[in-house]
Design a protein around this ligand. Structure first.
Ligand code: URA
Length: 237
């Protein structure tokens, strides 16, 4: 037997305090019956719990989107530098989430986390060409030759060959770059190979998922539909 607020908190739905309000408002049902007492005890192995009609199960696959701040490294722990795990709110920290892919310390924007090892592996694997879109502020002027070189597959200064990518100039010193791989410092190195030093970089889209209006430093849990979008995309490739 488990308390309803504990069950929902362990499933990563919201913090214990937020959950009390959610439960009081009658949005949670246990076997179809609305329960407004957060201390309600039930058999979590036999009952079906829903929030706004969506089934919640403990140990469920969770995917969280973060709008990463600059200054945090993408790692689960580090003895010296602050990690992205420190940006995760309390209720997510105990869920054993791991970052999917990585952003450099100074890069901001969309970073996904999951507790599902299979999903993590499928998304990180280079066999799956997930499109990633970055907004960059940089020195220099984008020329048609730069755009063509990106499209043809750029060669970096150290000889590394990149897959075809898209470079789109928004205005002087501001561009969108779309890549299908995640080599070390890839976008910064691609721009620098064309003489354009990047001073600000933010990932704004990954596959079908956009950062949208998620505020800097904040996280939100993806809905089942959004997770299906990520998984479907992987399976179709
Ligand atoms: N390219 C970079 O240079 N840095 C990132 O963090 C991501 C892509």
């Amino acid at each position: 037997m488990l308390r309803l607020d504990k069950f929902l908190s362990e499933a990563g739905v919201a913090s214990r305090r937020q959950l009390r309000d959610i439960i009081r408002s009658g949005r949670v049902r246990v076997d179809g019956v609305a329960v407004t007492d957060y201390a309600f005890k039930f058999d979590e192995t036999a009952c079906r719990v829903t929030l706004d009609g969506e089934e919640i199960s403990a140990g469920k696959q969770i995917v969280v989107m973060m709008n990463k701040l600059a200054g945090y490294i993408t790692a689960t722990e580090d003895p010296r530098k602050p990690t992205v795990m420190e940006l995760l709110p309390e209720e997510y920290r105990k869920l054993q989430l791991k970052p999917i892919g990585r952003l450099d310390k100074e890069t901001e924007g969309l970073l996904l986390f999951t507790n599902d090892g299979d999903l993590l592996h499928r998304i990180v694997s280079p066999r799956h060409a997930v499109e990633k879109v970055y907004y960059a502020e940089h020195e220099g002027v984008v020329t048609q030759d730069d755009i063509d070189q990106f499209a043809a597959g750029l060669r970096l200064r150290d000889g590394t060959e990149c897959r075809p990518a898209k470079l789109e100039s928004l205005e002087l010193g501001k561009s969108l770059i779309t890549v299908q791989e995640g080599k070390y410092h890839q976008v910064r190195r691609m721009m620098s190979a064309r003489g354009m030093y990047v001073s600000y970089l933010k990932r704004i889209r990954e596959g079908n998922l956009s950062l949208g209006d998620l505020e800097p430093g904040k996280v939100r849990r993806l809905s089942d539909e959004e997770i299906a979008m990520v998984v479907d995309r992987q399976n179709n490739e």
